[in-house]
Design a protein around this ligand. Structure first.
Ligand SMILES: *Cc1c(COP(=O)(O)O)cnc(C)c1O
Length: 452
């Protein structure tokens, strides 16, 4: 089969498509870069040009593209069945995967509820928490506590807990806002506090909200260790365990959204494992299929699950599901993904790569005056660009400084995607040390060009 030419595809894109998180007026002003295939840590466009995938195809790719083991698992499951519903039926890969996920997950995780996007994993978590408290006879617990600028997906429930003024102000009338606590980053970066003082102030802020509202709180939801979409806001160790302690003291649940941090990204299988924190609910997505297929999961404790057990006619079941819940193709690939974590010791290797990367990053501020801050957990990095390093004054958004860095990197064969004025590095965990060095070199070159 011959495919349409690049020019035809570009024209059809401009005529028919609406891209996510994209100002389409800008998009329509220039021809799109169209990806045709991938190989390892590289993407290839329709003209055969090669690009290093510096953001893991939006934070989900783990082992690179066209990974033989994942391709084989997909093919093998395709020979059995592509999809069968989990409403009233079980299927083979979804069952085995549930057992494997629980074996990997931190205690007390015991139950797996599937869906198909990070946002839906969060919706499930929120609805489970709300229904749980009603079933437990504490109907007053209807509020959520969330971190300032946290991101939990784009469906309305997720937007309520992950509200960002820039992205979501048009939906404000219909969302239910969460109670906000400022994470340590706000105090450290915006208010120029020392790391120790920032942590202390963040804990005081959390304490204040729980003291005022503790008995109305259904759950605290948090992205552990790194608030990704906020612009990689790193949390110091010590913050998460104190939040856990606070929720326990006030009888609230703790939901950890590991959609971005899960599956080795931070140098442990799950970020909460750095701190020995045990959540009540864990949201997983992105890397769960190695970045191959849309699958997500909401994990819960057995105690939470048991609250939903009651006579049929009480109608207390969890009435939530999606057509493609537990999709066999996605689950089969997710199983092969977990096999690769074992056979290739991905978590250990990622820890080593992260150390190497930290060394490379440490040299950058001396090479570009506009680097204000570099934040890293594992292979998850944010480089914040500022107009003036001493005052931390930001660049004017109209300069689109992040976009300019991305453009310069693309001309040098590297795909990046910024978050405002923060340049994000989020390569596949399979990236080699040489490729990491190249990624960092192109990034610094591109920053110098964009800021000059
Ligand atoms: C990406 C992300 C989501 C949303 O996942 P989708 O699959 O895009 O719906 C939720 N939470 C966090 C922390 C994320 O990074």
């Amino acid at each position: 089969m011959t495919r349409p030419s690049t020019a035809e595809l570009a024209a059809w894109d401009h005529q028919y498509l609406w891209h996510p998180f994209t100002q389409m007026r800008d998009w329509l002003a220039e021809p799109p870069l169209i990806i045709e295939r991938g190989e390892g840590n590289y993407l290839f466009d329709t003209e055969g040009r090669r690009y290093l995938d510096g953001v893991s195809s939006l934070w989900c790719n783990v082992h690179g593209h066209r990974k033989a083991e994942l391709d084989a698992a997909l093919q093998a499951q395709g020979d059995q069945i592509a999809h069968s519903t989990m409403l009233g039926l079980a299927n083979v890969p979804a069952t085995i995967l549930a057992k494997r996920l629980i074996a990997e997950a931190p205690p007390p995780m015991q139950r797996v509820f599937y869906s198909d996007a990070g946002a839906t994993a969060v919706e499930v978590a929120l609805k489970l928490a709300l229904q749980y408290w009603q079933l437990r006879g504490e109907p007053r617990r209807t509020r959520f506590v969330a971190l300032t600028e946290s991101y939990h997906g784009d469906t309305l429930g997720a937007v309520g807990v992950g509200y960002s003024e820039t992205f979501h102000r048009f939906f404000r009338p219909v969302i239910t806002p969460a109670l906000r606590i400022d994470p340590p980053h706000v105090f450290r970066w915006q208010q120029h506090q020392t790391p120790e003082r920032a942590l202390e102030l963040a804990l005081t802020d959390a304490e204040r909200v729980f003291t005022a509202h503790g008995d109305e709180v259904a759950a605290l939801i948090v992205e552990p260790l790194m608030q990704g979409a906020a612009g990689m806001w790193a949390q110091p160790t010590g913050y998460l365990p104190r939040l856990r302690e606070l929720t326990r003291r006030h009888g609230a649940l703790m939901i950890c959204d590991e959609v971005a941090t899960g599956f080795g990204r931070t140098g442990k299988m799950f970020a909460v494992q750095h701190e020995g924190v045990e959540p009540d609910i864990l949201c997983l997505g992105k890397g769960i299929t190695g970045g191959y297929l849309p699958l997500a999961a909401t994990l819960t404790s057995e105690a939470l699950f048991e609250a939903f057990l009651s006579p049929y006619e009480s109608f207390e079941a969890f009435f939530h599901g999606h057509t493609y819940t537990g999709n066999p193709l996605a689950c089969a690939v997710a199983l092969a993904n977990l096999d690769l974590f074992e056979s290739e010791q991905v978590v250990k290797r990622t820890g080593e790569r992260a150390c190497y990367l930290a060394g490379l990053l440490a040299e950058l501020p001396a090479r570009a005056a506009h680097i204000g801050d570099i934040r890293q957990w594992g292979l998850m990095v944010g480089i914040e660009l500022v107009r003036d390093r001493s005052t931390r004054a930001p660049f004017d958004p109209a300069l689109k400084i992040g976009q300019r860095v991305v453009r310069a990197a693309r001309e040098r064969g590297v795909i990046l995607r910024p978050l405002g004025n923060v340049v994000i590095l989020m390569p596949p965990l399979s990236i080699s040390p040489d490729e990491l060095a190249h990624l960092v070199q192109v990034t610094i070159d591109s920053i110098q060009i964009a800021c000059s």
